[in-house]
Design a protein around this ligand. Structure first.
Ligand SMILES: [Fe+2]
Length: 376
């Protein structure tokens, strides 16, 4: 390794070819000297925007794979060379740990986990969250089939999101006057992500089965990232129109008006698919050039064909005590129709925000002796 400096630059090269030039101000601002940064929260305790803009490096000392730097404002801080390299390789933070694996209907085995084991072992909870990160969903068995039984799982993660519909909602066929969502009927539910008309859209959907003995009522799930990838392979033009035409998602009743505008497919700054929305009941396409709309309607149809194709969709039936948790920005789920007169079907549903899941996964990965979650 070779470390040198000149004025406001630090030059680091390594035998494997790594070669990077660091700004002195950036290094100064990244200092974890407790006089500048709180060791507990990682937050700066001074205003970095007031540091001298002509700041330079005065001196440095190498200790093993660490560099101790003295700056021209006499501040001193030590930097791990491995960390300095990591910052250049992954300059922005990731929502979840681990890489994503796009899947199709051949996914086998399905990512089942057992709540009894999860409750006894934080590593099992981490394994379920790692599946959620990698595949976009996890299936949990042995959840108590009581009204709020899912809390035995969610209490290990963090708070459930409260919406205008409450905390944990019933999903069962109701008399027509009580229905405020199509999920409360016996009809099939076409492929969808939940509630794109909310902002933020619910991050994760949990569906807990109390009973499912009716004929029908099977679940289907598709990896929306995979479907988007296939659409792009088929036609970059169709993919592009789903990334650009804004949709006005809307829901209203006597006590709520919920609306948001966004696209079917959203890309992150690396141009990777980061958010997929699909909700054929609430999408109102914003008006634009008719030629573009012709293309959009074709793209939507092709996208739906892919989503419910035998090649991409996994199908299964939840039974009493089963539950799924899905990444609502990635997985498109659906349900087949059921016949209420042939048995009983009662599901309970809740939402969890995205930061709750990412925080829990990171804390479980960092700490070996994880404390139970509780609100401050
Ligand atoms: Fe749903």
């Amino acid at each position: 390794m070779n470390v040198t400096f000149k004025k406001n630059r630090l030059y680091l090269t390594e035998p494997d070819g790594f070669d990077f030039t660091y700004s002195a101000l950036w290094l100064r601002e990244m200092s974890d000297n407790p006089a500048f940064r709180d060791p507990q929260t990682g937050h700066k305790i001074a205003d970095a925007d007031e540091l001298p803009l002509d700041l330079e490096i005065n001196n440095l000392k190498i200790i093993d794979r660490h560099i101790e730097i003295t700056f021209s404002d006499l501040h001193q801080s030590t930097y791990s060379i491995d960390n300095l390299r990591e910052y250049t390789e992954e300059p922005t933070s990731k929502e979840l740990i681990g890489s994503k694996e796009y899947w199709d209907s051949n996914l086998d085995p399905l990512p089942w986990h057992d709540l009894t084991e999860i409750k006894n072992n934080p590593e099992q909870l981490l394994a379920a969250l790692n599946d959620l990160s990698k595949l976009g969903f996890a299936l949990i068995r042995n959840v108590p089939s009581e009204m709020d039984g899912m809390r035995e799982f969610t209490d290990l993660l963090g708070p459930i999101r409260t919406t205008n519909n409450g905390i944990i909602e019933d999903i069962k066929a109701l008399p027509p006057g009580d229905v405020y969502d199509l999920s409360m009927t016996a009809r099939a539910l076409e492929p969808h992500t939940d509630n794109p008309f909310r902002w933020p859209q619910p991050g994760y959907v949990l569906l807990h089965c109390l009973s499912n003995t009716t004929e029908g009522g099977e679940s289907g799930m598709t990896d929306g990232f995979r479907a988007a990838y296939e659409l792009k392979k088929q036609s970059p033009e169709l993919f592009d129109v789903l990334c650009t035409v804004p949709i006005n998602w809307k829901y209203s009743d006597e006590q709520a008006i919920l609306e948001d505008s966004s696209t079917f497919i959203e890309l992150n700054r690396n141009q990777e698919v980061s958010h997929v929305r699909f909700h054929g009941r609430s999408d109102r396409v914003s008006i634009t050039d008719p030629d573009k709309l012709d293309l959009f309607y074709k793209a939507r149809r092709e996208f739906k064909k892919l989503i419910q194709s035998d090649e991409l969709e996994v199908r299964f039936k939840l039974k009493e005590g089963d539950m799924f948790i899905v990444d609502n920005y990635r997985i498109i789920h659906r349900r087949t129709a059921f016949k209420p007169e042939t048995g009983k079907r009662h599901m309970r549903q809740a939402y969890i925000d995205r930061d709750v899941i990412s925080s829990r996964q990171k804390v479980l990965a960092r700490d070996t002796n994880v404390q139970a979650w509780q609100a401050r």
